[in-house]
Design a binder for this molecule. Structure first.
Ligand code: HEM
Length: 350
């Protein structure tokens, strides 16, 4: 352990002199101080500091997944770092409440002084999106500020890790054929339930059967690589077929000791994505009440544009969609003993 530096001072260590001299409200510079502009500046600066911390955590998780093989300890570290990211994200959502103590009228006191500056130009925010794996195709020209393509992204790294996982290859065990049988039995049961439901009208029966057909088609793509590739070409799937199957396997057999951490990890990726959507939605609501339907200082349609990004800018949609393909624990094909042994922790008796 290095020795502490003699005489190190709190303010010096945190460089508070610099940090606390970085707030320069424009209204004060113009000689007409607007009281709430200080809050506006500080809230944004706090966001940027948290963005920096989030990037620090994401970078470390991505470094672990860039290795040729990720061992259990690596997954454990990734899980705890992503957990930290989600705790920060919860604060990011909540923090908007502090800014909302400023009324729309108070905001108008200095809003025009901000043009053309805008949250659009937060390059750390874009970097977070890029590192997670938000693709350029989904973006409008304004959103594409040049902040490093972050390639491979966390999405790419997770995909190739899933493709490498060994769970699917155990000789003599045809997991997917057994899974297809179990799914087939479940769907046939659903069909019978609909067809024999005396409380439904003929039109309702047909509508429910049409929905069931959609689910059947979705399942078919999990079982058939070509079907999956077609969905990928249409932009309805993003993860490769192999990675999707591995993720599904982890979800189905998450009770197996060795799959606990991979399952936690995949769940956290969905949490991070969901909390980012929650922030986008919450920010859009705040913008609506703050500026109504006016355009933004960065030139977008404002609230309407922001609302559209909530659905459009998800990264791990494939992981959300996995729930479509789950079957109940009781219907799961039992794993052969050899595989059970490989997926469990075994401590021989003394
Ligand atoms: C009074 C408060 C706020 C208002 C009225 C507001 C308004 C807007 C508007 C209208 C946009 C769309 C781009 C444009 O046309 O300018 C935008 C984007 C953005 N804002 Fe805010 N904002 C506020 C507070 C914040 C805060 C506290 C943050 C925290 C960092 C923030 C971060 C962003 C980001 C990152 C974008 C880009 C979003 C994207 O393109 O997906 N905003 N904001």
């Amino acid at each position: 352990m290095p020795k502490p530096q003699a005489g190190l001072d709190y303010g010096e260590y945190l460089r508070l002199g610099e940090l606390l001299s970085c707030q320069s409200p424009k209204s004060a510079e113009r000689g007409q101080p607007a009281h709430d502009e200080m809050l506006f500046v500080i809230v944004h600066q706090v966001y940027e500091l948290w963005f920096k911390q989030v990037l620090h955590e994401l970078d470390s998780v991505m470094a672990l997944f860039r290795e040729d093989s990720v061992d259990e300890r690596g997954i454990g570290v990734a899980v705890s770092r992503l957990q930290r990211v989600t705790e920060i994200q919860k604060i990011l959502v909540d923090q908007l409440r502090v800014l909302e103590t400023m009324t729309p009228l108070d905001f108008l006191e200095f809003r025009d002084l901000l043009v053309p500056a805008s949250g659009f130009q937060s390059w750390q925010f874009r970097l977070i999106e890029n590192k997670l794996g938000l693709r350029a195709e989904g973006r409008t020209a304004r959103e594409r500020i040049p902040v490093g393509a972050a390639s491979p992204s966390l999405f790419d790294l997770v995909e190739s890790w899933l493709e490498r996982t060994p769970f699917l290859e155990v000789s003599g065990y045809q997991f997917w054929a057994r899974y297809a049988e179990a799914v087939g039995a479940m769907l046939a049961n659903d069909r019978r339930t609909i067809e024999t439901n005396a409380t439904l009208t003929e039109a309702e029966v047909q509508a429910q059967l049409a929905e069931l057909a959609q689910t059947e088609a979705s399942f078919a793509a999990v079982l058939d690589e070509k079907g999956h590739e077609r969905l990928r070409a249409e932009g309805r799937r993003r993860l490769s077929h192999r990675a999707t199957r591995a993720a599904l396997f982890i979800h189905l057999y998450r009770d197996q000791p060795i799959l606990h951490l991979p399952f936690r990890f995949l769940t956290l990726l969905v949490d991070v994505d969901e909390l980012l959507s929650a922030w986008r939605y919450r920010h859009a609501l705040m913008v609506h009440r703050m500026i109504g339907t006016k355009i933004g200082t960065g030139g977008s349609s404002g609230h309407r544009y922001l609302l559209a990004t909530v659905e459009r800018n998800k990264v791990f949609t494939d992981l959300y969609d996995l729930s479509t393909f789950l079957i109940s624990r009781s219907a799961l094909p039992p794993l052969p003993p050899e595989m059970e042994r490989r997926l469990g922790f075994h401590y021989p008796r003394e």
